[in-house]
Design a binder for this molecule. Sequence first.
Ligand code: PMP
Length: 360
Amino acid sequence: GKERVYNFSAGPSMLPLEVLERAGSEITNYEGSGMSVMEMSHRSKVFQKIFDDTQAKFRRLFHVPDGYHILFLQGGASTQFAAAPMNLIGSTGKADYAVTGNFSSIAYKEAKKYGAIHLAASSEDRNHTYIPAQDQLELDPEASYFYYCANNTIYGTEWQYVPDTGRVPIVCDMSSDILSRPVDVSKYGVIFAGAQKNMAPAGLTVVIVKKELAGRELPYTPLMLSYKTMIDKDSMYNTPPCWCIYMLGLVLDWLEEKGGVEGMEAIKHGKARMLYDTIDASRLFTCAVEKDSRSDMNVVFRTASEELDAKFVKESVDAGFTNLKGHRSVGGMRASIYNAMPVEGVEKLCDFIRAFDKNN
Ligand code: PMP
């Protein structure tokens, strides 16, 4: 068969090889249970232990304080675009949104169905190539919450600070940078993330909710979207995404071996710097994102010509890389270098960029 490739997909993305191998070795008979985790009742003792252990590991490694619930839900990050306003906007009827890319723009439009949504900041004026500074945020002290997306997967920008919103709770979409660096969870009201980049296969959404924010949902909030329902039933109001929760547990074991989020921060920052330095030093390639806003997870770059971009993408496939073509709305190239991308994969990509730069 074909060897494993360096897969730069924005998501679903690479999982650590060790994790895949362990999952493979347990796939038909999990720890002597005589069945796969895929075949287990979510109410069984064996699965309950997987669930509890994964939740505890997540709390420990991501440093989630006691006053917060960790939910393992379905529906993807996009479902939380509606769940956040439905659960939270009831306190004042208003919310502030920072729109710095595609997914915060969708979240902003979704939230408008449920209350008075104010655009607190937008980076659209410079095509989402930067993150607004604290003093550019137009904050309403009466907002029920302030919303932002920590890492913009498509535009390749990442917030390098946590906004100071005073007493207004912060809701943050961390889909594409969760577990890549330490986060002071106590500064947030709600953090959510789809699993399919840094955590597990698609199908699981991790939602971290500050206890006191639950229980104020709008009356027509579907049971499935109510934080309170899911908190009261510890994510098991209905069938949770069992297999993905198990996979998250394996990824967390791997993360712990790498030094946790602290260890990962150093590794991912080294990988990103190597790639940005290579792009900046080249003749042909540019990165339009302002230096202090660049993402360590999604590196967006291009040449001056679409033909040359296409040639780069084509030759990269022959060289053993995949998914380097940029998002259709931005063009050019994008290298997503999440936790599971080995340093060696980035080194090889840098070699390839240098060779292409020399030969074209
Ligand atoms: N937010 C961000 C930052 C994302 O990158 C994505 C998906 N690429 C989403 C939200 C949407 O996630 P999902 O497909 O899980 O709904």
